[in-house]
Design a protein around this ligand. Structure first.
Ligand code: FA5
Length: 339
């Protein structure tokens, strides 16, 4: 019987032929299924009955295994054959019981929200490269080679002398050169710094730069836009403080800090002293306008660099920045997909 099974399964090349073999041996009236019926049990000694049972079980397992192997061979051959003639149609909805659906990363959510808010204020949204020239990242925004401000941002230098951008400000001059003045735009994106990591510092994090250049732009415009932004994001009154801040590409420069929403300003592991440094900003330095070919006597502007990852922390109540890059499904699945 085993020899016969081996010969039949070897000869079965298509899924239909394998099915015929299965019916022949393991079907309701199959040869293996009914093998015991033909045996004259009455004449068997207890020892013989036991041996017979064991042999029959082994035969069933043998037949099932060989038929399974043949089915797999036939299915593989069948799909190769079929795919030769048919391209997969990826637009067909998946069948089956898929319980898990994907979700969007919290950064994608906050970025989409910012884009909507700024589009509502007439800003365009620009994409920008993560890999920058030294000129783009530093010199274009008024940070020459020997300027101590370069040390404020520890940098990943690449072997081809480019840098992983340390801030989205690297796109200011590119955008102004391309679109000229007047200009209103934001450029969200990933930034990189050679940082030691703690609950609020990552080496890979997101910022969203904003830039508005027009005639007669002042600090009042800047504050108005910042207020609109925070009001729309948090949908409640939040406490902020504005203090002087130094950045070579703005004059005057400010730091806008958010009163920590985790500890209410008392100080905690996430914020340190009760304030989260969130949006550095200021009026665009005349040198930057000049680098972009715009006359600083005619135009002025403001710029800001929202810490997008930190904004997401505050907005979603994520206490530790390390969750963002962890790829932990338990974090991600709490967010819905973007529509
Ligand atoms: C800048 O990067 C300036 N380019 C911002 C700017 C733009 C100032 C336009 C003026 C005008 P700063 O190094 O402070 O500034 O970073 C901006 C924000 O990015 C910070 O407030 C913080 O929210 C976020 N950030 C900076 N470093 C990290 C880090 N290692 N991990 C997470 N977020 C960070």
């Amino acid at each position: 019987m085993k020899q016969q099974i081996l010969a039949d399964t070897a000869a079965a090349k298509t899924p239909e032929q394998v099915e015929q073999v299965r019916i022949k041996y393991l079907g309701r009236k199959g040869l293996v299924t009914n093998f015991a019926k033909n045996a004259d049990f009455g004449k068997f000694s207890p020892e013989e009955k036991k041996n017979f049972g064991q042999e029959l079980n082994a035969l069933k397992i043998f037949a099932a295994e060989k038929i399974q192997e043949a089915a797999e061979r036939a299915a593989a051959a069948d799909s190769v054959q079929t795919n030769k003639h048919r391209q997969a149609d990826l637009s067909v909805p998946a069948t089956g019981n898929y319980k898990r659906s994907g979700s969007a990363h919290p950064i994608a959510h906050i970025q989409a929200e910012l884009e909507t808010i700024f589009e509502g204020m007439g800003f365009c949204v620009l994409d920008s490269p993560e890999c920058e020239t030294e000129y783009g990242n530093f010199e274009s925004v008024n940070i020459p080679a020997d300027h101590p401000a370069r040390d404020m941002q520890d940098t990943f230098w690449l072997q081809n002398e480019m840098v992983l951008r340390t801030h989205t400000s690297a796109n200011q001059v590119r955008a102004l050169k391309r679109f000229g003045a007047p200009f209103r735009g934001i450029f969200p994106g990933r930034c990189f710094r050679y940082e030691s990591i703690d609950p609020s510092h990552e080496n890979t994090f997101f910022q969203c730069e904003g830039l508005m250049v027009d005639k007669g732009i002042s600090v009042a415009n800047l504050i108005g836009v910042m207020k609109t932004l925070l009001g729309e994001i948090f949908k409640r009154e939040v406490k902020v403080r504005l203090r002087p801040g130094f950045f070579p590409f703005v004059e005057p420069g400010f730091e806008l800090d958010l009163n920590c929403l985790f500890c209410g300003g008392k100080g905690c592991a996430t914020c340190g002293d009760g304030w989260m440094e969130l949006i550095p900003c200021g009026l665009v330095h005349p040198n930057v306008l000049h680098n972009a070919g715009i006359d600083p006597n005619e135009y002025s502007g403001f710029a800001f660099g929202v810490g997008l990852t930190r904004l997401a922390m505050m907005n979603f109540g994520i206490r530790d920045i390390r969750y963002f890059n962890s790829g932990d499904v338990r974090v991600l699945e709490q967010f819905r997909p973007l529509v």
